[in-house]
Design a protein around this ligand. Structure first.
Ligand code: ATP
Ligand code: MG
Length: 413
């Protein structure tokens, strides 16, 4: 895409009421627009990052056998009264219609998915069933000061599974945990599978997936030797205690942000909605359900927090809005011609490129380029033309080198 055609522009300052680093950077770089506290619109660059995160999540959920659906966002209050959530869940928005009906908007969708499951599950042969969706969620959060890391409107991947037996649930739960860790690794982040409370209707533990960042709202304790990690909220242990899991390492405490959560829901929802199936002996049973969430917009926010530097955003290749930022310097005819040729070549080879074809000074272009944070910058200037090479700058490390066309193509393809 040509930068002259991109309707967003970078700006020097974020709104003065924006206190989080992720939103400040994303607003300044033109990825998002703030509507109110906790509510943001995603502009072309931001939309592209979300799309790429969604792509990774979709691949991993499909590989687990998940079938993608799109559930309704507007829900009748009756469904939520049936599970008790209408009165017990404090974050749900309640909407009064002019016909005196009451509705809510999706904040999690067990109340919608269970009746759908009920339509199609009659026998153990219909199980396991795994469905997921990616879309907007709405929560009446009290504090929304963490930018896109805690929205009142945000995007989530929510997956629900139905199983005939506890063994089958446990089998799937392990696979899902591994798939979750792969999602975060592929997004360029290191997440720890953290033991946490299972929520209000189960004694069991759940796993939260935590990325270490000072901007996080959770406290975790993790072992410096093995993979043990626990939410400090549920742990009797303290920082510097010996790890009881491996008895080799010690525990450290850190701030972290929860980028996903997987739960055993037991039979709660199946019972609430009288969902049963016939087991092998012909006996009616309630299936065991699981719920698996990933915060899509929070993942983007955590990346902006954890991987940025004093000059701006630093996107990992896998979720960057573009792979290459092609920057031409000076308006000399040969330079423009060469940059245009390279842009056409990249487009032809499928290298997603933002081409800074604006008539601006080098300094301004580089400041913008650093702020936007595309992984690789390719500079075409009179100097590079003389050497018959291109200057490459790696955003994450600042590393620079001069490449021939052949070397350049090898690097970007
Ligand atoms: P938190 O403790 O941070 O409020 P939660 O336990 O309420 O999270 P879940 O209901 O399990 O979260 O939702 C699944 C995932 O959705 C979370 O792991 C998180 O990544 C993301 N998420 C939850 N609430 C928000 C929010 N208000 N804004 C952005 N992402 C969110
Ligand atoms: Mg919450």
């Amino acid at each position: 895409m040509r930068q002259t055609a991109l309707f967003t522009k970078t700006r020097k300052n974020a709104p003065s009421d924006e206190v989080s680093k992720n939103a400040q950077l994303l607003i300044r770089a033109g990825f998002i627009h703030k509507e109110m506290a906790g509510v943001y619109s995603y502009l072309p660059l931001g939309r592209k990052v979300l799309e790429r995160i969604e792509g990774i999540v979709r691949e991993e959920m499909n590989a687990l056998g998940g079938q993608e659906i799109r559930m309704a966002t507007l829900h009748p209050s009756e469904l939520w009264k049936q599970t008790g959530a209408w009165d017990s869940v404090d974050v749900i928005f309640k909407i009064q219609s002019r016909t005196e009906k009451e509705y809510t908007v999706g904040q999690s969708e067990e109340e919608v998915v269970t009746p759908i499951g009920k339509e199609y599950i009659t026998s153990y042969k219909d199980l396991p069933l795994v469905v997921y969706q990616i879309g907007q969620k709405y929560r009446d959060e009290l504090r929304a000061k963490s930018g896109i890391m805690r929205g009142r409107e945000f995007s989530m991947k929510d997956m629900y599974s139905f199983h005939a037996t506890q063994e089958d649930f446990d089998r799937f739960y392990t696979l899902a945990k591994d798939a979750y860790l792969r999602v975060y690794t592929r997004c360029g982040l290191v997440a720890k599978a953290t033991e946490a409370s299972g929520g209000s209707f189960t004694q069991k533990l759940s796993y939260e997936f935590m990325v270490l960042t000072d901007a996080g709202e959770d406290d975790i304790l993790y072992c410096d030797t093995c993979s043990f990690c626990v939410n400090a909220e549920i742990s009797a242990q303290k920082e510097k205690d010996a790890c009881t899991r491996c008895s080799k390492g010690n525990l450290s405490r850190a701030k972290a942000s929860e980028v996903g959560n997987i739960f055993d829901l037991g039979k709660k929802y199946a019972q609430d909605f009288s969902l049963t199936f016939k087991d092998k002996e012909g006996k009616e049973q309630h299936p065991i359900m699981g719920c698996f969430g990933i915060g899509i917009t929070r993942l983007m926010g955590v990346t902006a927090e954890a991987l940025s530097d004093e000059r701006g955003l630093v996107w990992p290749k896998s979720i960057a809005p573009f792979q290459v930022h092609l920057v031409s310097l000076g308006g000399k005819e040969q330079v423009v011609k060469e940059a245009e040729r390279l842009y056409a070549l990249f487009s032809e080879r499928g290298v997603d490129t933002l081409y800074d074809d604006r008539d601006l000074r080098a300094g301004e272009k580089f400041i913008d380029s650093d702020l936007i944070g595309i992984p690789l910058r390719v500079v075409v200037s009179e100097k590079t033309l003389e050497q018959k090479k291109y200057e490459i700058v790696v955003r994450a490390t600042g590393e620079r080198c001069m490449f021939s066309e052949e070397e350049l193509l090898q690097k970007v393809l």
